[in-house]
Design a protein around this ligand. Sequence first.
Ligand code: PAF
Length: 282
Amino acid sequence: MYILRTKEEVNYNLQILPKSNKTIGLVPTMGALHQGHLELVKIAKQNSAYVVVSIFINPTQFNNQEDFEKYPKTLDKDLELLHKSGVDYLFMPDTVEIYPSRPTLSIDFGHLDKILEGSFRPGHFNGVGIVVSKLLNIVKPNIAFFGQKDLQQVAIIKRLVEDFSFDVKINVVPTVREEDGMALSSRNLRLDPESRQSARIISKALFFAKSELLAGNSWLSIRKKVNQMFESEPQAKLEYFEMVTSDSFHILDSIGNERNVSICAAAYISDIRLIDNISIFD
Ligand code: PAF
């Protein structure tokens, strides 16, 4: 695995690859890698001749300085995991390489960044949009791989790719879960054993809501029960629990004829904010 730190190194190394079958797959990450990232790498390897993983903790997507500072860093382990997974290139730029100056451009995603994550984390998707644009411009992948766990981010990135005509295919990889249902996330590393137990409530509520919906129960009654579930979990504080159209993120209060429906949730478990989602018809 070659470690590349600058745009020039990426350019040089990727441009000398043989012209035939040169599909380049990019897996953008912020490090603190887990099985979910390794699943992205696995799918990337199946679909591309060369896999580039990037590790960059992007300061512009954190609306909370403490969250940025406390974002888990496990570089030695990350390097070992990526090496073992057969990644070809690791792009690991420093902040100045990505942001030689503070970006003045901001991206208006319209409705998509006004609700759920967008409204609770103002500026977050602008930061994601800017850094993903930069990574796509630097690496110029044919395919980029993102986890379904960040469903709203996926919608934002698809919009970005369409509106800016990036020549890249977006491949969305299903969420990897622990045995008890909890979605893997780098932030889980910050949970102590007690909080880890409490955090199960998020996936439990999502699976519960999905089965209730499929059984024909009303969203109103499901939401009530979900609120009660969270109230009985002292460490957990529910931020939102919404049913939406999975691509356009319009809030629904019944399924109607929609078939592309997901439930999205965000909750604090002590002081750690976690998100998860579940698709209703998969
Ligand atoms: O999903 C993430 O880890 C980040 O938001 C991403 C896409 C790497 C951009 O910093």
